[in-house]
Design a protein around this ligand. Sequence first.
Ligand SMILES: [Zn+2]
Length: 269
Amino acid sequence: MGTTVWNGMLGLLLPRGCAGCDMPDEVLCPECRALFRKHVTLPLGGSPTGTVTGTGAETIAGTGAAPSTATSTTTHPVAITAGGAYQGRVRRAILSWKDHGDTECDRAFAQICRELAREAVAGGTAKLGMASNGVTCIVAPAPILVIPAPSSPQSMRARGRRHLWPLAKAIASELAYGGAQSCAVNALGISRVHGKAVETNNASGRAARLKERLEVADPGLIAGKSVLILDDIVTTGTTMRRCAEAIRGAGGQVIGGIALAAVPPPDEL
Ligand SMILES: [Zn+2]
């Protein structure tokens, strides 16, 4: 029986507590939710991806108007926007969702990602503009793809699903709501390991392994698009940088990264 089904059945039998703090009858209580709103911004690396110039009127389909305040030229470094610091209740909630089948958190985390998406886009090369009809719109240099960092086939088997997928879809729908052309796509994959797997638990070992095995499923899909990369936890940022390299290699323009949480530097603990 799959973990998801089993947990669904347990949920019918047992009352649940907040994934972060066990508060009764909450999936993620307001206090824990607030910990994901202390947004942290980290550099994603790579050179600034250029400028947004002109009205970009073709990118605000749905608003029916050209953005009157979106005509300035801006240059921004590419950044990762994370919800909160990966510690305490934030850490507990993410692990419960990610590794212990608490799929009920999907909805709360999707909402958190929607908020992060707006901030990531506002701080990046795409930007928020105001259409002349007063609707806030997103002006992107190209259609925005939301691409989750890939999980290994082993992790996906263990979880029984792609856990980032509901969040990626929520981000794309939020951007579409803001007027950008956007969709989520599983464009990155990790190929099967052949031969003897080497156990590496440290971050650099994991990153080295990931680089070897990271694959762009459909480079033609990425070429010429703006890309937001999504991951659950950012530790050193290496995984997301590898994803960014692969996407740039396929001709995509990385405009930012989104993560639920980031490991804070030691001096901020
Ligand atoms: Zn809580």
